[in-house]
Write a protein that binds this ligand. Structure first.
Ligand SMILES: [Zn+2]
Length: 302
């Protein structure tokens, strides 16, 4: 959304928004991981809203006036803080101090990795950091902790409850993290082949895994270069790779090509950038989706 339009909507928000609803905590989160971490910690003490609705492609999302109003009404606004939600900084900078929601920028809660494979990158540019921080369960734990800290700061009366629920969820993610360590330790290989976009930089680094990918990060490209396609095929054949990975909501076009050429299977690694309406309605969580990813990684390392 253009800055001017944002400011106009903000002016409207201010004029109709004298008070936030009292009593019940209202958290707005941009993407599914932020949403899941918020609802796990908030529990039944408030309302958590997923701003980017299920099925919506996050990279082309633009906030609607209703979304901007929702952010303005929030007690806490949680977002990632990368390229994908750069619109959030634009909106937040438009709020006057007193009207601004408390914010939680998740990229402040973890150690960042520079985006890889950015050919246009100029030495003079500021480094571009990969934004898919939650794909590492180790980061996810830090994000849940940051969520608990933010909620305790704005609602101290319920701090004990937020501490208890966050510790419980961090415990579940820690178990998952240990299971990934175990799968990698016991695997026959240390390499994953992504015949798709690659939002898993933090994940692969977290467990010391090598990878090749058809595309760097979440580029909008849909056709890999012939050289990269050849590299993928050679790697699968040369290293006897049993399965290649596609991400959620993918056409799997590249994965099918590689599979046909090599006989490798195709499995989905779910990056949770976008969940489907069915997944959302089924009550999927970060942990439930990552548990499926665990089995997919196990098969890939066999
Ligand atoms: Zn992405």
């Amino acid at each position: 959304m253009k800055r001017m339009a944002v400011l106009l909507v903000l002016a409207l928000v201010m004029s109709v928004l004298p008070v936030a609803a009292e009593g019940r905590l209202n958290v707005v989160a941009t993407n599914f991981p932020c949403y899941d971490f918020a609802r796990q910690v908030v529990g039944d003490r408030g309302t958590v809203t997923l701003l980017i609705k299920p099925g919506v492609e996050v990279h082309s999302y633009e906030p609607t006036p209703a979304d901007i109003i929702a952010i303005g009404e929030a007690d806490l606004f949680a977002y990632i803080g990368g390229e994908g939600d750069a619109w959030a900084d634009n909106i937040l900078s438009g709020f006057d101090g007193g009207d601004a929601p408390a914010t939680l920028r998740m990229m402040d809660a973890v150690s960042l990795l520079e985006e890889e494979g950015d050919d246009d990158h100029d030495a003079h540019d500021a480094p571009e950091y990969d934004e898919h921080i939650w794909t590492s369960p180790k980061n996810a734990m830090a994000m849940v902790q940051a969520m608990a800290d933010a909620l305790c700061a704005i609602d101290a009366d319920n701090a004990d409850a937020y501490r208890a629920s966050s510790e419980a969820y961090i415990g579940e993610i820690a178990a998952l993290d240990a299971a990934f360590e175990e799968v990698v330790k016991n695997g026959a290989r240390r390499e994953l082949v992504f015949a798709d976009r690659f939002p898993f930089l933090y994940f692969t680094r977290a467990y010391g895994l090598d990878y090749v990918s058809a595309f760097p990060s979440c580029t909008a490209d849909t056709e890999p270069t012939p050289q990269i396609l050849l590299t993928l095929i050679q790697r699968v054949v040369g290293d006897h790779i049993p399965v290649v990975y596609a991400i959620e909501l993918s056409t799997q076009a590249v994965a099918k090509t590689v599979a046909e050429e090599t006989g490798a299977g195709i499995l989905t690694l779910h990056s949770m950038q976008t969940v489907t309406q069915d997944e959302f309605d089924a009550g999927e969580t970060y942990v439930s989706i990552m548990t499926r990813n665990l089995e997919a990684v196990r098969k890939g390392l066999e």
